[in-house]
Design a protein around this ligand. Structure first.
Ligand SMILES: Nc1ncnc2c1ncn2[C@@H]1O[C@H](COP(=O)(O)OS(=O)(=O)O)[C@@H](OP(=O)(O)O)[C@H]1O
Length: 410
Protein backbone atom coordinates (compact mmCIF):
# COMPACT_ATOMS: atom_id res chain seq x y z
CA UNK A 1 0.00 0.00 0.00
CA UNK A 2 1.29 3.44 -0.83
CA UNK A 3 1.07 6.21 1.79
CA UNK A 4 1.63 9.74 0.31
CA UNK A 5 2.92 12.44 2.74
CA UNK A 6 2.93 16.20 2.26
CA UNK A 7 6.28 17.45 0.97
CA UNK A 8 7.60 20.19 3.29
CA UNK A 9 11.40 20.29 3.02
CA UNK A 10 13.72 19.98 0.11
CA UNK A 11 17.30 18.86 0.05
CA UNK A 12 19.95 19.62 -2.51
CA UNK A 13 22.43 16.97 -3.39
CA UNK A 14 25.38 17.61 -5.64
CA UNK A 15 26.78 14.99 -7.89
CA UNK A 16 29.56 16.36 -10.03
CA UNK A 17 28.26 19.62 -11.51
CA UNK A 18 24.65 18.57 -11.21
CA UNK A 19 22.38 19.44 -8.32
CA UNK A 20 19.40 17.37 -7.33
CA UNK A 21 16.43 18.49 -5.30
CA UNK A 22 15.00 15.73 -3.13
CA UNK A 23 11.95 15.97 -0.85
CA UNK A 24 12.69 15.36 2.80
CA UNK A 25 9.57 13.40 3.20
CA UNK A 26 9.35 10.84 0.51
CA UNK A 27 6.65 8.56 -0.70
CA UNK A 28 6.47 5.85 1.87
CA UNK A 29 6.18 2.44 0.48
CA UNK A 30 5.84 -0.18 3.08
CA UNK A 31 7.13 -0.58 6.59
CA UNK A 32 10.76 -0.80 5.53
CA UNK A 33 10.93 2.91 4.73
CA UNK A 34 9.67 4.18 8.12
CA UNK A 35 13.20 4.33 9.49
CA UNK A 36 14.29 6.50 6.53
CA UNK A 37 11.37 8.91 7.09
CA UNK A 38 12.27 9.31 10.76
CA UNK A 39 15.89 10.12 9.96
CA UNK A 40 14.99 12.65 7.32
CA UNK A 41 12.48 14.46 9.53
CA UNK A 42 14.95 14.79 12.40
CA UNK A 43 17.42 16.20 9.91
CA UNK A 44 14.77 18.67 8.67
CA UNK A 45 13.94 19.91 12.13
CA UNK A 46 17.60 20.66 12.88
CA UNK A 47 18.02 22.76 9.79
CA UNK A 48 14.61 24.50 9.81
CA UNK A 49 16.34 27.88 10.14
CA UNK A 50 17.69 27.49 6.66
CA UNK A 51 15.90 30.05 4.55
CA UNK A 52 15.93 28.36 1.24
CA UNK A 53 18.32 27.77 -1.55
CA UNK A 54 19.57 30.64 -3.70
CA UNK A 55 17.58 31.58 -6.75
CA UNK A 56 20.23 30.33 -9.08
CA UNK A 57 20.17 26.91 -7.46
CA UNK A 58 16.39 26.89 -7.38
CA UNK A 59 16.28 27.55 -11.04
CA UNK A 60 18.65 24.71 -11.74
CA UNK A 61 16.98 22.26 -9.42
CA UNK A 62 13.53 23.21 -10.63
CA UNK A 63 14.65 22.16 -14.03
CA UNK A 64 16.44 19.02 -12.91
CA UNK A 65 13.64 17.68 -10.74
CA UNK A 66 10.80 18.90 -12.87
CA UNK A 67 9.12 20.41 -9.79
CA UNK A 68 7.04 23.33 -11.09
CA UNK A 69 5.50 24.84 -8.00
CA UNK A 70 7.59 25.80 -4.98
CA UNK A 71 6.95 28.25 -2.19
CA UNK A 72 9.03 31.35 -2.85
CA UNK A 73 12.06 31.15 -0.61
CA UNK A 74 13.36 33.94 1.60
CA UNK A 75 16.79 34.61 0.27
CA UNK A 76 19.74 35.80 2.28
CA UNK A 77 21.09 39.08 0.85
CA UNK A 78 24.62 37.77 0.78
CA UNK A 79 23.57 35.14 -1.62
CA UNK A 80 21.91 37.40 -4.16
CA UNK A 81 23.80 37.93 -7.33
CA UNK A 82 22.50 40.49 -9.76
CA UNK A 83 23.57 40.46 -13.31
CA UNK A 84 24.27 43.75 -15.00
CA UNK A 85 25.24 43.44 -18.62
CA UNK A 86 28.17 41.07 -18.50
CA UNK A 87 29.35 41.74 -14.98
CA UNK A 88 28.08 40.41 -11.70
CA UNK A 89 27.42 42.47 -8.62
CA UNK A 90 27.81 40.95 -5.22
CA UNK A 91 25.56 43.03 -3.04
CA UNK A 92 27.12 42.25 0.26
CA UNK A 93 30.77 42.41 -0.61
CA UNK A 94 31.84 44.98 1.92
CA UNK A 95 33.92 48.08 1.44
CA UNK A 96 36.73 46.44 -0.45
CA UNK A 97 34.58 45.79 -3.49
CA UNK A 98 35.62 47.34 -6.75
CA UNK A 99 33.39 49.39 -8.94
CA UNK A 100 33.15 51.02 -12.27
CA UNK A 101 35.34 53.88 -13.30
CA UNK A 102 33.24 56.38 -15.12
CA UNK A 103 33.76 57.30 -18.69
CA UNK A 104 35.25 60.63 -19.31
CA UNK A 105 32.73 63.28 -20.20
CA UNK A 106 34.53 64.04 -23.43
CA UNK A 107 31.55 63.79 -25.69
CA UNK A 108 29.78 66.62 -23.99
CA UNK A 109 26.86 67.82 -26.06
CA UNK A 110 27.35 71.38 -24.91
CA UNK A 111 30.95 71.28 -25.96
CA UNK A 112 29.87 70.14 -29.39
CA UNK A 113 27.30 72.86 -29.77
CA UNK A 114 29.65 75.40 -28.18
CA UNK A 115 26.85 76.62 -25.93
CA UNK A 116 26.47 76.23 -22.23
CA UNK A 117 22.97 76.87 -20.94
CA UNK A 118 23.72 78.49 -17.63
CA UNK A 119 20.25 77.71 -16.29
CA UNK A 120 21.17 74.07 -16.59
CA UNK A 121 24.13 74.48 -14.32
CA UNK A 122 24.34 72.41 -11.19
CA UNK A 123 25.51 74.73 -8.44
CA UNK A 124 27.02 72.85 -5.64
CA UNK A 125 27.86 74.72 -2.56
CA UNK A 126 28.66 71.38 -1.08
CA UNK A 127 30.34 69.29 -3.67
CA UNK A 128 30.79 66.77 -0.95
CA UNK A 129 27.11 65.83 -0.76
CA UNK A 130 27.21 64.46 -4.26
CA UNK A 131 30.24 62.43 -3.58
CA UNK A 132 28.82 61.09 -0.36
CA UNK A 133 25.82 59.90 -2.31
CA UNK A 134 28.06 58.29 -4.85
CA UNK A 135 29.89 56.60 -2.04
CA UNK A 136 26.63 55.26 -0.63
CA UNK A 137 25.75 53.99 -4.07
CA UNK A 138 29.07 52.19 -4.09
CA UNK A 139 28.19 50.54 -0.85
CA UNK A 140 24.80 49.49 -2.16
CA UNK A 141 26.58 47.95 -5.05
CA UNK A 142 24.84 50.08 -7.62
CA UNK A 143 27.94 50.73 -9.65
CA UNK A 144 29.44 48.14 -11.85
CA UNK A 145 32.10 45.99 -10.41
CA UNK A 146 35.13 45.74 -12.61
CA UNK A 147 37.76 44.05 -10.57
CA UNK A 148 38.56 42.48 -7.28
CA UNK A 149 41.61 44.67 -6.89
CA UNK A 150 39.94 47.77 -5.52
CA UNK A 151 40.53 48.88 -1.98
CA UNK A 152 40.46 51.94 0.19
CA UNK A 153 43.96 53.35 0.20
CA UNK A 154 45.73 56.11 2.02
CA UNK A 155 46.14 59.20 -0.18
CA UNK A 156 49.16 59.55 -2.41
CA UNK A 157 48.58 63.28 -2.76
CA UNK A 158 47.16 66.00 -0.55
CA UNK A 159 45.72 69.40 -1.34
CA UNK A 160 46.92 71.04 1.86
CA UNK A 161 45.75 74.59 1.26
CA UNK A 162 45.51 77.41 1.31
CA UNK A 163 42.06 78.13 2.62
CA UNK A 164 39.99 80.46 0.36
CA UNK A 165 42.45 80.23 -2.51
CA UNK A 166 40.47 77.99 -4.88
CA UNK A 167 41.05 74.55 -3.41
CA UNK A 168 37.50 73.39 -4.07
CA UNK A 169 37.62 74.49 -7.66
CA UNK A 170 40.90 72.65 -8.10
CA UNK A 171 39.53 69.41 -6.68
CA UNK A 172 36.33 69.76 -8.70
CA UNK A 173 38.37 70.02 -11.88
CA UNK A 174 40.66 67.14 -10.88
CA UNK A 175 37.72 64.84 -10.22
CA UNK A 176 37.09 64.80 -13.95
CA UNK A 177 40.19 62.64 -14.27
CA UNK A 178 39.32 58.91 -14.21
CA UNK A 179 42.51 58.10 -12.32
CA UNK A 180 41.79 60.48 -9.49
CA UNK A 181 39.51 59.64 -6.62
CA UNK A 182 38.87 61.75 -3.55
CA UNK A 183 36.72 61.44 -0.48
CA UNK A 184 33.61 63.60 -0.34
CA UNK A 185 33.97 65.87 2.64
CA UNK A 186 37.21 67.34 3.92
CA UNK A 187 38.63 64.68 6.20
CA UNK A 188 40.63 66.88 8.62
CA UNK A 189 42.64 63.89 9.73
CA UNK A 190 45.94 65.59 10.49
CA UNK A 191 44.42 68.52 12.31
CA UNK A 192 41.33 67.13 14.06
CA UNK A 193 41.06 63.36 13.89
CA UNK A 194 44.67 62.26 14.16
CA UNK A 195 43.99 60.38 17.37
CA UNK A 196 41.65 58.06 15.46
CA UNK A 197 44.59 56.52 13.67
CA UNK A 198 45.61 55.74 10.11
CA UNK A 199 43.12 52.92 9.75
CA UNK A 200 40.30 55.36 10.41
CA UNK A 201 41.83 57.74 7.86
CA UNK A 202 42.10 54.99 5.26
CA UNK A 203 38.46 54.10 5.75
CA UNK A 204 37.42 57.64 4.85
CA UNK A 205 38.87 57.14 1.38
CA UNK A 206 36.93 55.86 -1.60
CA UNK A 207 37.79 52.45 -3.01
CA UNK A 208 40.33 52.70 -5.79
CA UNK A 209 42.17 50.45 -8.15
CA UNK A 210 45.93 50.33 -7.77
CA UNK A 211 46.23 52.38 -10.96
CA UNK A 212 44.16 55.18 -9.45
CA UNK A 213 45.37 57.95 -7.22
CA UNK A 214 43.66 58.85 -3.99
CA UNK A 215 43.81 62.52 -3.18
CA UNK A 216 42.53 64.31 -0.12
CA UNK A 217 41.87 68.02 0.35
CA UNK A 218 41.83 69.76 3.69
CA UNK A 219 42.96 73.38 3.23
CA UNK A 220 43.65 73.99 6.91
CA UNK A 221 46.59 71.55 6.84
CA UNK A 222 48.89 74.16 5.35
CA UNK A 223 48.87 76.56 8.28
CA UNK A 224 48.57 74.24 11.26
CA UNK A 225 51.71 73.53 13.20
CA UNK A 226 52.55 69.86 13.62
CA UNK A 227 50.70 68.76 10.49
CA UNK A 228 53.82 68.51 8.25
CA UNK A 229 55.46 66.13 10.70
CA UNK A 230 52.35 63.95 10.93
CA UNK A 231 51.99 63.79 7.16
CA UNK A 232 55.66 62.90 6.85
CA UNK A 233 55.25 60.12 9.37
CA UNK A 234 52.47 58.66 7.24
CA UNK A 235 54.12 59.00 3.82
CA UNK A 236 57.38 60.81 3.31
CA UNK A 237 57.08 60.59 -0.48
CA UNK A 238 53.59 62.01 -0.65
CA UNK A 239 52.82 64.74 -3.19
CA UNK A 240 51.56 68.02 -1.84
CA UNK A 241 49.55 70.65 -3.66
CA UNK A 242 49.20 74.21 -2.44
CA UNK A 243 46.86 76.72 -4.04
CA UNK A 244 47.86 80.30 -3.33
CA UNK A 245 46.37 83.64 -4.29
CA UNK A 246 46.93 87.30 -3.53
CA UNK A 247 46.87 87.27 0.29
CA UNK A 248 44.90 90.51 0.44
CA UNK A 249 41.94 89.19 -1.55
CA UNK A 250 42.31 85.86 0.26
CA UNK A 251 41.90 87.70 3.55
CA UNK A 252 38.74 89.44 2.33
CA UNK A 253 37.32 86.13 1.14
CA UNK A 254 38.16 84.51 4.46
CA UNK A 255 36.50 87.36 6.33
CA UNK A 256 33.33 87.09 4.23
CA UNK A 257 33.11 83.42 5.07
CA UNK A 258 33.61 84.10 8.75
CA UNK A 259 30.99 86.85 8.67
CA UNK A 260 28.51 84.47 7.07
CA UNK A 261 28.78 82.30 10.17
CA UNK A 262 29.02 85.04 12.80
CA UNK A 263 26.56 87.84 12.22
CA UNK A 264 27.92 89.83 15.16
CA UNK A 265 31.46 89.92 13.79
CA UNK A 266 33.32 93.25 14.04
CA UNK A 267 34.36 95.05 10.88
CA UNK A 268 37.38 93.90 8.95
CA UNK A 269 39.16 97.14 9.75
CA UNK A 270 38.53 96.79 13.47
CA UNK A 271 39.89 93.28 13.50
CA UNK A 272 42.83 93.89 11.18
CA UNK A 273 44.49 96.65 13.15
CA UNK A 274 45.87 96.47 16.62
CA UNK A 275 46.12 100.21 16.48
CA UNK A 276 44.12 101.97 13.80
CA UNK A 277 45.98 105.26 14.23
CA UNK A 278 49.42 103.74 13.66
CA UNK A 279 48.17 101.10 11.25
CA UNK A 280 49.77 98.30 13.24
CA UNK A 281 48.45 95.05 11.83
CA UNK A 282 47.20 92.28 14.11
CA UNK A 283 49.25 89.39 12.85
CA UNK A 284 47.64 87.02 15.33
CA UNK A 285 44.31 87.30 13.53
CA UNK A 286 44.03 84.09 11.53
CA UNK A 287 42.41 85.87 8.59
CA UNK A 288 45.63 87.83 8.15
CA UNK A 289 48.29 85.37 9.24
CA UNK A 290 46.93 82.59 7.00
CA UNK A 291 48.17 84.69 4.08
CA UNK A 292 51.76 84.69 5.25
CA UNK A 293 52.49 81.76 2.98
CA UNK A 294 56.26 81.76 3.39
CA UNK A 295 56.07 81.12 7.12
CA UNK A 296 53.97 77.98 6.75
CA UNK A 297 56.03 76.83 3.78
CA UNK A 298 59.21 76.88 5.84
CA UNK A 299 57.55 74.49 8.26
CA UNK A 300 56.63 72.10 5.45
CA UNK A 301 60.14 72.27 4.03
CA UNK A 302 61.53 70.91 7.25
CA UNK A 303 59.96 67.59 6.27
CA UNK A 304 59.49 67.67 2.51
CA UNK A 305 61.63 68.74 -0.41
CA UNK A 306 60.45 71.57 -2.63
CA UNK A 307 59.96 69.26 -5.59
CA UNK A 308 57.38 67.33 -3.59
CA UNK A 309 55.25 70.46 -3.43
CA UNK A 310 53.35 71.90 -6.37
CA UNK A 311 52.01 75.43 -6.21
CA UNK A 312 48.86 76.37 -8.07
CA UNK A 313 48.18 80.02 -8.72
CA UNK A 314 44.62 80.81 -7.62
CA UNK A 315 44.51 83.67 -10.13
CA UNK A 316 45.56 81.44 -13.03
CA UNK A 317 43.10 78.79 -11.91
CA UNK A 318 40.43 81.33 -12.82
CA UNK A 319 42.09 82.90 -15.89
CA UNK A 320 43.54 79.73 -17.41
CA UNK A 321 42.15 76.70 -15.58
CA UNK A 322 43.13 74.20 -18.27
CA UNK A 323 46.76 75.39 -18.22
CA UNK A 324 46.93 75.18 -14.45
CA UNK A 325 45.28 71.75 -14.38
CA UNK A 326 47.70 70.46 -17.04
CA UNK A 327 50.59 71.26 -14.70
CA UNK A 328 48.88 69.53 -11.79
CA UNK A 329 48.32 66.40 -13.88
CA UNK A 330 52.02 66.42 -14.81
CA UNK A 331 53.01 66.83 -11.20
CA UNK A 332 50.81 63.90 -10.19
CA UNK A 333 52.31 61.80 -12.95
CA UNK A 334 48.96 61.39 -14.68
CA UNK A 335 48.03 61.57 -18.32
CA UNK A 336 46.82 65.01 -19.36
CA UNK A 337 43.20 64.01 -19.69
CA UNK A 338 41.50 67.10 -18.30
CA UNK A 339 41.71 69.82 -20.92
CA UNK A 340 39.85 72.98 -21.89
CA UNK A 341 37.14 70.85 -23.49
CA UNK A 342 36.02 69.81 -20.00
CA UNK A 343 35.76 73.37 -18.73
CA UNK A 344 33.83 76.50 -19.61
CA UNK A 345 33.61 80.00 -18.23
CA UNK A 346 30.32 80.68 -16.51
CA UNK A 347 29.57 84.38 -17.03
CA UNK A 348 26.99 84.54 -14.27
CA UNK A 349 29.38 83.14 -11.72
CA UNK A 350 32.47 84.81 -13.10
CA UNK A 351 34.33 81.54 -12.73
CA UNK A 352 35.28 78.54 -14.80
CA UNK A 353 33.14 75.46 -14.22
CA UNK A 354 33.17 71.83 -15.26
CA UNK A 355 31.05 71.32 -18.36
CA UNK A 356 29.47 68.15 -17.27
CA UNK A 357 30.01 65.77 -14.45
CA UNK A 358 29.94 62.12 -15.30
CA UNK A 359 27.71 61.17 -12.39
CA UNK A 360 24.83 63.56 -12.77
CA UNK A 361 25.34 64.79 -16.29
CA UNK A 362 25.04 68.50 -15.60
CA UNK A 363 27.58 71.28 -15.68
CA UNK A 364 29.12 71.92 -12.32
CA UNK A 365 30.22 75.09 -10.60
CA UNK A 366 31.76 75.50 -7.20
CA UNK A 367 30.41 77.74 -4.50
CA UNK A 368 27.26 79.69 -3.92
CA UNK A 369 25.43 81.12 -6.89
CA UNK A 370 25.20 84.72 -5.87
CA UNK A 371 27.00 88.03 -5.78
CA UNK A 372 30.00 88.16 -3.52
CA UNK A 373 30.03 91.00 -1.03
CA UNK A 374 33.53 91.77 0.06
CA UNK A 375 33.86 94.03 3.06
CA UNK A 376 33.91 97.75 2.35
CA UNK A 377 37.40 98.86 3.17
CA UNK A 378 39.34 102.07 2.76
CA UNK A 379 42.21 102.40 0.27
CA UNK A 380 44.41 103.08 3.27
CA UNK A 381 43.64 99.64 4.68
CA UNK A 382 44.34 97.96 1.36
CA UNK A 383 47.67 99.77 1.09
CA UNK A 384 48.54 98.85 4.66
CA UNK A 385 47.78 95.21 3.98
CA UNK A 386 49.85 95.27 0.81
CA UNK A 387 52.77 96.76 2.71
CA UNK A 388 52.36 94.14 5.37
CA UNK A 389 52.36 91.19 2.96
CA UNK A 390 55.04 92.47 0.54
CA UNK A 391 58.13 91.13 2.35
CA UNK A 392 56.44 87.80 3.03
CA UNK A 393 55.38 87.52 -0.60
CA UNK A 394 58.94 88.27 -1.69
CA UNK A 395 60.23 85.54 0.57
CA UNK A 396 57.63 83.15 -0.79
CA UNK A 397 58.68 83.93 -4.39
CA UNK A 398 62.31 83.34 -3.45
CA UNK A 399 61.64 79.97 -1.87
CA UNK A 400 59.33 78.70 -4.59
CA UNK A 401 61.32 80.28 -7.43
CA UNK A 402 58.13 81.72 -8.85
CA UNK A 403 56.81 85.28 -8.90
CA UNK A 404 53.04 85.11 -8.44
CA UNK A 405 52.67 88.79 -9.28
CA UNK A 406 50.65 89.89 -6.28
CA UNK A 407 52.69 93.01 -5.76
CA UNK A 408 52.67 94.17 -9.36
CA UNK A 409 49.65 96.43 -8.83
CA UNK A 410 50.56 99.45 -6.80
N1 LIG B 1 36.32 78.00 -10.65
C1 LIG B 1 36.09 78.58 -9.48
N2 LIG B 1 34.86 78.58 -8.97
C2 LIG B 1 34.60 79.15 -7.78
N3 LIG B 1 35.54 79.72 -7.01
C3 LIG B 1 36.79 79.72 -7.47
C4 LIG B 1 37.11 79.17 -8.71
N4 LIG B 1 38.43 79.31 -8.89
C5 LIG B 1 38.89 79.95 -7.84
N5 LIG B 1 37.91 80.21 -6.98
C6 LIG B 1 38.09 80.88 -5.70
O1 LIG B 1 37.94 79.99 -4.67
C7 LIG B 1 37.74 80.76 -3.50
C8 LIG B 1 37.32 79.84 -2.42
O2 LIG B 1 38.46 79.08 -2.08
P1 LIG B 1 38.41 77.62 -1.54
O3 LIG B 1 37.65 76.76 -2.44
O4 LIG B 1 39.82 77.21 -1.29
O5 LIG B 1 37.62 77.83 -0.18
S1 LIG B 1 37.60 76.83 1.06
O6 LIG B 1 38.82 77.04 1.80
O7 LIG B 1 37.46 75.46 0.59
O8 LIG B 1 36.43 77.29 1.82
C9 LIG B 1 36.77 81.83 -3.95
O9 LIG B 1 37.06 83.01 -3.26
P2 LIG B 1 36.09 84.26 -3.20
O10 LIG B 1 35.10 84.13 -4.31
O11 LIG B 1 36.97 85.43 -3.35
O12 LIG B 1 35.44 84.20 -1.85
C10 LIG B 1 37.12 82.00 -5.41
O13 LIG B 1 37.83 83.15 -5.66
Amino acid sequence: MTDMKKIRFWWIFRRGKKKYLVPSTVCICGVGTIVLVAILNVFSAVTRSYEGPPHSILNTTRFVTGVRKMTSPRVRPTQVKRETSNVILDIDEGPEAAYMIHDLPDTDRHAQSGQIPETDTFYVDDYEKIDENAQKSHERGKLQKISKGAAKRLPKALIIGVRRCGTRALLTFLRVHPDIRAPGPEVHFFDKHYHKGLEWYRKQMPATLSSQLTIEKTPSYYVIKGVPEKVHRMAKHIKLIVVVRDPVSRAFSDYVQLASKHSDIRTFEELAFLNNATGLVDTSWSVLCNGVYSKSLVRWLQYFSLNQIHFVSGERLVADPAGEIAKVQDFLGLKRIITSKHLYFNKTRGFPCVKKHERHGKPRCVGVNGAKHYPTVTPRLVKRLRDFYRPFNKRFYEITGEDFGWDDHK
